[in-house]
Design a protein around this ligand. Structure first.
Ligand code: DUC
Ligand code: ZN
Ligand code: ZN
Ligand code: ZN
Length: 485
């Protein structure tokens, strides 16, 4: 057999096994895996290295305006470059609807931002902030285009769609095999805390974390799951940051609820004490949900290890620490006026490898699942997330021994800080390939803007999930009626 490319001599790591082998690639697709493959117009030496599926970043904000109008620092070029340097061959940023916008216009806008610029493959999750009847009518057309997941918010006055809005979205998503993602924090609790802090003149960055207590997440996680169960729709809880939230997710999964969840490196690496840094330094660590404490970090690692989370996502939300981002409303703006989020798309996998695999907290197979293969399955990327014949040649070659410090430069993004600054990280991607194209090789970008492609995603398949039952929503009977499958 002839190959365009052969990656030889590496240790191939999948979600279930590791073995020495060669990968033969033709036309951007993996066409053979064997102990030894000869030939190949291009041969890539991976000896002494790990060969893993390219990362899939399922939670990041790229060229997105926040509801208060702050644009992320990264566009689809810099964001995809940063993702690629961090070992990702696909990302799924959000296409965000702001109230009053037609969904068709939102998608057209994001297409124009992504298509000419992305160096890696991409799709979008659609954020819905305004589930009006006209918007709901547009959703079937969105699924038909292969955008098979949404994000909704239970917090922020300009985004929160309310419980009834969530039921509408969950119901229509279910009918089309789409997945609803939710930002779960109790809006009223947060607003009440904000009012109390504001009345007391407590507006420094540290009060941001205190204004969003763990109970606000736990209550909303519980409520979101209840709403999803009422209509028997699958649900994905994003950025779980609390032990209580993770415990609810675990309990519900074990009981058979169709539920997925993720956490993020910042909740493992940082704590709310980072918001106490001098001056306005703490603003760099403002994100929602907020950073917690060391006990929470340990608990989240336990949940990662035991399978509570499908993925560890970056929640890359890059707002620079200057007047274009965090300080749009002044250099000493009160915390409610500071954009929420931090960068991390380049550090997600190195951090997970270094702190997870190297420190014995997770296995290599877990690393593959958490970084790539689970996201592929959950979000309907059916040709991605595995190293096997017939899959896209999306491959990262890792040097498991390379040790470097996290720096702003290592992010290769447009940010002016990294929250991981100075951390020593062992295990970095050396080469990143997307559909057979080399995107990054030994610290150099090889791809051109626009080479990444939009990937139409499949519907979520929950049929294999535990506890699957067919439910018909019968208004006359007043409740979900179980029907024979
Ligand atoms: N939610 C996110 O997912 N990212 C940044 C801020 C937010 O509220
Ligand atoms: Zn968001
Ligand atoms: Zn969120
Ligand atoms: Zn986010």
């Amino acid at each position: 057999m002839q190959f365009d490319t052969v990656i030889h001599g590496g240790t191939i790591v999948t979600s279930t096994e590791s073995f020495k082998g060669d990968i033969g690639i033709n036309g951007g697709t993996i066409s053979a895996i064997a102990e030894q493959l000869s030939g190949g117009e291009r041969r890539i030496d991976a000896s002494g290295k790990l060969v893993v599926p390219g990362g899939i970043e399922a939670h990041c904000h790229i060229a997105q305006e926040s509801s208060s109008g702050v644009m992320t620092a990264d566009d689809y070029y810099s964001g995809s470059v940063s993702a690629a340097f961090g070992g990702n061959s696909t990302f799924v940023p959000f296409a965000a609807q702001h109230r009053g916008q037609a969904i068709g216009d939102v998608i057209t806008t994001y297409d124009s931002r992504a298509a000419p610029n992305s160096v890696i493959d991409y799709s979008y999750h659609l954020i819905i902030s305004d589930p009006s009847p006209a918007v709901l009518d547009e959703l079937p057309g969105v699924f038909a285009r292969g955008i098979t997941s949404f994000k909704v918010f239970m917090t922020y006055d300009l985004m929160n769609i309310g419980d009834a809005g969530m039921l509408d979205i969950l119901t229509i998503a279910k009918a089309h095999g789409a997945l609803t993602m939710v930002h779960a924090e109790n809006n009223e609790m947060v607003k009440w805390m904000n009012r109390r802090f504001s009345e007391a003149g407590l507006t420094a960055p540290r009060y941001h974390a205190l204004s969003r207590p763990e109970l606000a997440e736990e209550e909303a996680v519980n409520r979101a799951i209840s709403l999803a169960k009422l209509v028997d729709a699958p649900l994905f809880i994003v950025h779980v940051s609390t032990r209580g939230g993770a415990e609810i997710v675990r309990r519900e999964k074990l009981a058979g609820t169709k539920l997925f969840a993720e956490t993020c490196p910042q909740y493992l690496a940082l704590t709310r004490a980072d918001l106490d840094r001098p001056g306005m330094e703490g603003a760099k660590y403002i994100c929602s949900p907020p950073l917690r404490d060391h006990e929470t970090q340990d608990a989240l690692w336990q949940h990662i290890r035991s399978g509570t989370f499908e993925s560890v996502s970056s929640d890359h939300a890059p707002y620079r620490a200057d007047a274009s981002g965090k300080f749009l409303h002044g250099a000493d703006a009160p915390y409610p006026k500071i954009a929420n989020g931090m960068p991390g798309i380049a550090m997600r996998l190195p951090y997970l490898f270094s702190e997870g695999v190297r420190k014995g907290r997770i296995t290599l197979g877990d690393f593959v699942k958490l970084s790539s293969s689970n996201a592929a399955r959950v979000f309907g990327l059916d040709r991605k997330g595995a190293i096997a014949p017939g899959y896209d040649a999306d491959v990262a070659i890792w040097d498991p021994e390379e040790t470097r410090k996290a720096t702003i430069e290592a992010q290769h993004d447009k940010m002016d800080y990294t929250p991981f600054d100075g951390m020593e990280i062992t295990g970095w991607p050396q080469l990143l390939m997307n559909r057979g194209r080399i995107v990054v090789e030994r610290g150099e970008l090889k791809a051109r803007p626009g080479e990444g492609r939009f990937i139409a995603r499949k519907a979520v398949d929950t049929s294999a999930m535990p506890g699957h039952r067919a439910v018909e929503f019968d208004i006359a009977a007043g409740y979900g009626q179980e029907v024979a499958p």
